[in-house]
Design a protein around this ligand. Structure first.
Ligand SMILES: Cc1cc2nc3c(=O)[nH]c(=O)nc-3n(C[C@H](O)[C@H](O)[C@H](O)COP(=O)(O)O)c2cc1C
Length: 152
Protein backbone atom coordinates (compact mmCIF):
# COMPACT_ATOMS: atom_id res chain seq x y z
CA UNK A 1 0.00 0.00 0.00
CA UNK A 2 1.32 3.45 -0.85
CA UNK A 3 1.76 6.27 1.60
CA UNK A 4 1.44 10.02 1.09
CA UNK A 5 3.38 12.41 3.31
CA UNK A 6 1.43 15.67 3.49
CA UNK A 7 3.44 18.64 4.76
CA UNK A 8 1.53 21.80 5.65
CA UNK A 9 2.99 25.10 6.83
CA UNK A 10 0.46 27.93 6.67
CA UNK A 11 -0.28 29.72 9.94
CA UNK A 12 -3.86 30.11 8.69
CA UNK A 13 -6.63 27.60 9.28
CA UNK A 14 -7.83 25.00 6.77
CA UNK A 15 -10.82 27.26 6.04
CA UNK A 16 -8.66 30.33 5.26
CA UNK A 17 -5.43 28.96 3.81
CA UNK A 18 -5.07 28.69 0.03
CA UNK A 19 -2.02 26.40 0.26
CA UNK A 20 -3.78 24.11 2.74
CA UNK A 21 -6.84 23.85 0.48
CA UNK A 22 -4.73 23.27 -2.65
CA UNK A 23 -2.54 20.68 -0.92
CA UNK A 24 -5.59 18.93 0.54
CA UNK A 25 -7.26 18.69 -2.87
CA UNK A 26 -4.07 17.11 -4.31
CA UNK A 27 -3.89 14.65 -1.39
CA UNK A 28 -7.60 13.80 -1.66
CA UNK A 29 -7.32 13.20 -5.42
CA UNK A 30 -4.24 10.98 -5.05
CA UNK A 31 -5.67 9.03 -2.11
CA UNK A 32 -8.99 8.47 -3.90
CA UNK A 33 -7.15 7.08 -6.93
CA UNK A 34 -4.59 4.89 -5.14
CA UNK A 35 -6.13 4.16 -1.74
CA UNK A 36 -2.89 5.47 -0.20
CA UNK A 37 -2.68 6.17 3.52
CA UNK A 38 -1.84 9.75 4.49
CA UNK A 39 0.60 11.00 7.13
CA UNK A 40 0.31 14.71 7.85
CA UNK A 41 3.08 16.82 9.35
CA UNK A 42 1.81 20.31 10.21
CA UNK A 43 4.83 22.59 10.51
CA UNK A 44 2.64 25.47 11.72
CA UNK A 45 2.78 23.78 15.11
CA UNK A 46 6.25 25.39 15.22
CA UNK A 47 7.60 22.47 17.22
CA UNK A 48 10.71 21.76 15.17
CA UNK A 49 14.07 22.89 16.51
CA UNK A 50 16.59 24.77 14.40
CA UNK A 51 19.75 22.89 13.63
CA UNK A 52 22.68 23.33 16.04
CA UNK A 53 26.25 22.03 16.01
CA UNK A 54 25.37 19.33 18.56
CA UNK A 55 22.21 18.23 16.74
CA UNK A 56 24.02 18.21 13.39
CA UNK A 57 26.82 16.02 14.81
CA UNK A 58 24.29 13.70 16.49
CA UNK A 59 22.50 13.17 13.17
CA UNK A 60 25.72 12.23 11.41
CA UNK A 61 26.71 9.76 14.15
CA UNK A 62 25.51 6.20 13.40
CA UNK A 63 22.55 5.37 15.68
CA UNK A 64 24.46 2.55 17.43
CA UNK A 65 27.34 4.91 18.33
CA UNK A 66 25.27 7.82 19.70
CA UNK A 67 25.49 8.88 23.32
CA UNK A 68 22.22 9.14 25.24
CA UNK A 69 22.28 12.91 24.69
CA UNK A 70 22.96 12.49 20.96
CA UNK A 71 20.12 9.96 20.64
CA UNK A 72 17.78 12.56 22.18
CA UNK A 73 19.04 15.30 19.86
CA UNK A 74 18.76 13.14 16.74
CA UNK A 75 15.30 11.74 17.58
CA UNK A 76 13.19 14.41 15.88
CA UNK A 77 15.20 14.29 12.64
CA UNK A 78 15.10 10.47 12.76
CA UNK A 79 11.29 10.67 12.97
CA UNK A 80 11.00 13.17 10.11
CA UNK A 81 13.38 11.13 7.94
CA UNK A 82 11.41 7.96 8.69
CA UNK A 83 8.24 9.75 7.54
CA UNK A 84 9.99 10.69 4.29
CA UNK A 85 11.39 7.20 3.72
CA UNK A 86 7.96 5.64 4.30
CA UNK A 87 6.29 7.89 1.72
CA UNK A 88 6.20 7.21 -1.97
CA UNK A 89 4.45 10.52 -2.59
CA UNK A 90 5.17 13.82 -0.85
CA UNK A 91 2.80 16.79 -1.01
CA UNK A 92 4.25 20.03 0.35
CA UNK A 93 1.69 22.80 0.82
CA UNK A 94 3.35 26.09 1.64
CA UNK A 95 2.63 29.81 1.69
CA UNK A 96 5.23 32.43 0.72
CA UNK A 97 6.39 34.43 3.72
CA UNK A 98 8.63 37.43 3.26
CA UNK A 99 9.75 36.44 -0.24
CA UNK A 100 10.60 32.85 0.61
CA UNK A 101 9.43 29.67 2.31
CA UNK A 102 8.27 29.85 5.94
CA UNK A 103 11.11 29.34 8.44
CA UNK A 104 9.27 26.25 9.70
CA UNK A 105 9.64 24.61 6.27
CA UNK A 106 13.35 25.46 6.15
CA UNK A 107 13.74 24.01 9.67
CA UNK A 108 12.13 20.77 8.40
CA UNK A 109 14.43 20.71 5.35
CA UNK A 110 17.51 21.26 7.56
CA UNK A 111 16.50 18.30 9.73
CA UNK A 112 15.76 15.84 6.90
CA UNK A 113 18.87 16.75 4.88
CA UNK A 114 21.31 14.22 6.33
CA UNK A 115 24.46 13.34 4.39
CA UNK A 116 24.74 9.61 3.84
CA UNK A 117 21.03 9.06 4.48
CA UNK A 118 18.88 11.36 2.35
CA UNK A 119 21.65 12.66 0.07
CA UNK A 120 25.32 12.12 -0.55
CA UNK A 121 28.21 14.03 -2.03
CA UNK A 122 29.64 12.87 -5.34
CA UNK A 123 32.39 14.16 -7.62
CA UNK A 124 29.59 16.02 -9.44
CA UNK A 125 28.13 17.61 -6.31
CA UNK A 126 25.36 16.56 -3.91
CA UNK A 127 22.91 13.88 -5.09
CA UNK A 128 19.60 12.85 -3.55
CA UNK A 129 19.24 9.30 -2.24
CA UNK A 130 15.43 9.20 -1.94
CA UNK A 131 14.77 8.12 -5.48
CA UNK A 132 11.55 6.77 -6.95
CA UNK A 133 9.29 9.17 -5.07
CA UNK A 134 6.91 11.75 -6.52
CA UNK A 135 6.63 15.22 -5.00
CA UNK A 136 3.91 17.82 -5.47
CA UNK A 137 4.40 21.44 -4.39
CA UNK A 138 1.29 23.50 -3.59
CA UNK A 139 2.68 27.00 -3.14
CA UNK A 140 0.48 30.02 -2.46
CA UNK A 141 1.98 33.49 -2.86
CA UNK A 142 -0.26 36.51 -2.44
CA UNK A 143 -3.00 37.00 -5.01
CA UNK A 144 -1.97 39.81 -7.42
CA UNK A 145 -4.84 41.98 -6.11
CA UNK A 146 -3.58 41.57 -2.50
CA UNK A 147 0.00 42.37 -3.55
CA UNK A 148 -1.10 45.54 -5.42
CA UNK A 149 -3.26 46.85 -2.59
CA UNK A 150 -0.53 46.13 -0.03
CA UNK A 151 1.99 48.27 -1.91
CA UNK A 152 -0.31 51.20 -2.87
C1 LIG B 1 3.84 36.78 7.50
C2 LIG B 1 3.41 36.80 6.04
C3 LIG B 1 4.31 37.15 5.07
C4 LIG B 1 3.93 37.14 3.71
N1 LIG B 1 4.85 37.45 2.76
C5 LIG B 1 4.50 37.34 1.44
C6 LIG B 1 5.46 37.57 0.39
O1 LIG B 1 6.61 37.86 0.63
N2 LIG B 1 5.08 37.43 -0.89
C7 LIG B 1 3.79 37.07 -1.22
O2 LIG B 1 3.50 36.95 -2.41
N3 LIG B 1 2.87 36.88 -0.27
C8 LIG B 1 3.19 37.00 1.05
N4 LIG B 1 2.25 36.78 2.02
C9 LIG B 1 0.90 36.43 1.62
C10 LIG B 1 0.71 34.92 1.57
O3 LIG B 1 1.69 34.26 0.80
C11 LIG B 1 -0.66 34.64 1.00
O4 LIG B 1 -1.59 35.16 1.89
C12 LIG B 1 -0.88 33.19 0.77
O5 LIG B 1 -2.22 32.98 0.42
C13 LIG B 1 -0.52 32.47 2.07
O6 LIG B 1 -0.82 31.15 1.98
P1 LIG B 1 -2.05 30.58 2.79
O7 LIG B 1 -3.29 31.12 2.11
O8 LIG B 1 -1.88 29.11 2.59
O9 LIG B 1 -1.96 31.00 4.21
C14 LIG B 1 2.59 36.81 3.37
C15 LIG B 1 1.68 36.48 4.38
C16 LIG B 1 2.07 36.47 5.70
C17 LIG B 1 1.07 36.10 6.77
Amino acid sequence: MSNILHITASIRSDAESVSRQLGQSIVDGLAAKSGASVTTRDLAANDLPFVSAERFAAGLTPAADRTTQQAKLAAIADTLIAELLAADTIVIASPVYNFGPPASLKAWADLVARAGTTFHYTANGPEGLLTGKKAYLAIAPAAPRWARSSTS
